[in-house]
Design a protein around this ligand. Structure first.
Ligand code: SPV
Ligand code: MG
Length: 433
């Protein structure tokens, strides 16, 4: 793309994410334009999620904003976070990037880019990064105005842009806030929350057999959604009666829930992880397909996902039964398939994934690695899984800590012995601002 020597204008390349156009962007664009014809590489959702959170605005919305700025030669899509392919293709004379990447999780990428720039004889321009403007936390300021529609669609966007979508169980607003805010290595975080029938029941002192009804669970959801912005997947057991399903879908969608998972079981519900499943029965393919159809027809937005959960392995049926169901459920309108298992290795879900990947009815795969917890996300990605749900881990970690503290107070008749093992009062009063 670079002009032959003798032609007037040099090519300048600047990659931007531009979730919100702010004065920091305008400053860097103004500077970049001085060097020649400015090509803006607008980062795709996929490229952005390799180093930070999914932007609030979709790619097309961001593109419209950038294209309407004056003096820009061209806007292209940059699909790779490491610039390799893009730079080799564009071969600019100047490459402009804010100096912030010297200090954060993009250090490695910077080094790599510098190597490529040397090879293509391109000069690096690194204007100083102004922390106050360029890193302004728009997202948290906007949190309270986050619309349900945006939250609903963000799960699909994450599925389309990430290697794996990481979901963690949340049973109240506080666990929701942990999932919302926690980061590892600056860029790794959870993509959303799982509202589990098991832990929703447990926190109310009831068994996981639908004795806690949808209305009760949904009012708990409301509180969680009030203080968070990430997508939420709702565990809807078997979805209840087909005649009621459109009411449930409508309510969930209105609240901003991104997906409901319904399982192909009938009769009195029993948790799938019980070893004795003698009193659990699977629905017929025909009847469950009708439920899926009813749920997907009831939604207002196509972004709301209806996910079918197959219980064949839980009930001791084999791969063929699971496959037959997966294809039928996919045809009936399921947007993704959860293949459940209570084995202590992922081998049965991996053999299912292998076979289902060859089917023309393939849909994104979801798993719940509660009993086969050694499996890594890397292995799940390799085996074609798109969503991983850590389904009960927040309650399982809170419970033993609470019992330990209660026991210690009983034993020592004071709380002093536990003091250092708990978070401080100072912490607790400033945890939520
Ligand atoms: C839940 O978390 O309630 C689930 C997953 O449905 S499981 O407990 O494995 O059935
Ligand atoms: Mg459940």
């Amino acid at each position: 793309m670079r002009k032959k020597s003798g032609s007037k204008k040099k090519i300048v390349y600047l990659a931007l994410a531009v979730d919100f156009l702010h004065s920091g962007h305008l400053r860097i664009i103004k500077l970049a334009k001085k060097y020649g014809n400015l090509i803006i590489g607008l980062m795709s959702d996929k490229a952005i999620t390799e180093y930070k959170r999914l932007p609030l605005l979709s790619f097309n919305e961001r593109k419209k904003i950038i294209e309407n700025l004056s003096g820009i030669h061209k806007v292209i899509k940059q699909d790779d976070a490491d610039y390799t392919k893009t730079l080799k293709k564009i071969r600019p004379n100047y490459f402009v990037h804010g100096s912030d990447w010297k200090y954060d999780n993009r250090k490695k990428i910077r080094k790599q880019v510098i190597n490529i720039l040397k090879k293509i004889n391109c000069k690096l321009i690194e204007p100083e990064y102004k922390k106050k403007i360029d890193n302004y936390d728009f997202r948290s300021k906007l949190g309270e105005y986050f619309s349900p529609d945006v939250r609903v669609s963000n799960l699909r966007r994450a599925i389309n842009s990430k290697n794996i979508v990481r979901i963690l169980e949340s049973h109240n607003s506080l666990t929701g806030l942990i999932i919302e805010n926690l980061k590892h290595n600056e860029r790794e975080e959870f993509d959303g929350m799982w509202s589990s029938s098991l832990t929703d029941s447990l926190t109310r002192g009831k068994p996981d057999n639908q004795s806690v009804d949808f209305s009760t669970r949904i009012s708990g959801l409301n509180e969680m959604l009030d203080v968070t912005t990430k997508p939420l997947i709702f565990d809807a057991d078997n979805g209840g009666r087909i005649e009621h399903i459109h009411f449930t879908v409508k309510t969930l969608e209105r609240l901003g829930v991104s997906a409901m998972i319904i399982e192909d079981k009938v009769g009195l519900k029993q948790n799938s992880l019980f070893s004795d499943q003698n009193r659990s029965f699977q629905d017929s393919i025909k009847s469950f397909s009708n439920k899926l159809r009813a749920a997907s027809q009831a939604r207002r937005s196509k972004d709301f996902m209806v996910i079918a959960r197959i219980e064949s392995f839980i009930l001791g049926k084999g791969l063929n039964d699971a496959m037959k169901r997966a294809e039928a459920y996919s045809k009936a309108g399921a947007d993704a398939i959860l293949i459940h298992s209570k084995e202590n290795t992922p081998s049965e879900i991996f053999s299912f994934a292998k076979k289902f990947s060859e089917s023309k009815y393939f849909k994104p795969l979801v798993c719940v690695p509660s009993t086969y917890s050694k499996v890594s996300e890397k292995q799940l990605i390799k085996n074609n899984f798109k969503i991983v749900i850590y389904a009960n881990h927040m309650i399982r970690s809170a419970y033993p800590s609470m019992v330990k503290t209660a026991k210690s107070i009983l034993k020592f008749k004071r709380s002093y012995e536990q003091e250092k093992k708990m978070t401080s009062i100072k912490n607790v009063i400033s945890l939520v601002k």
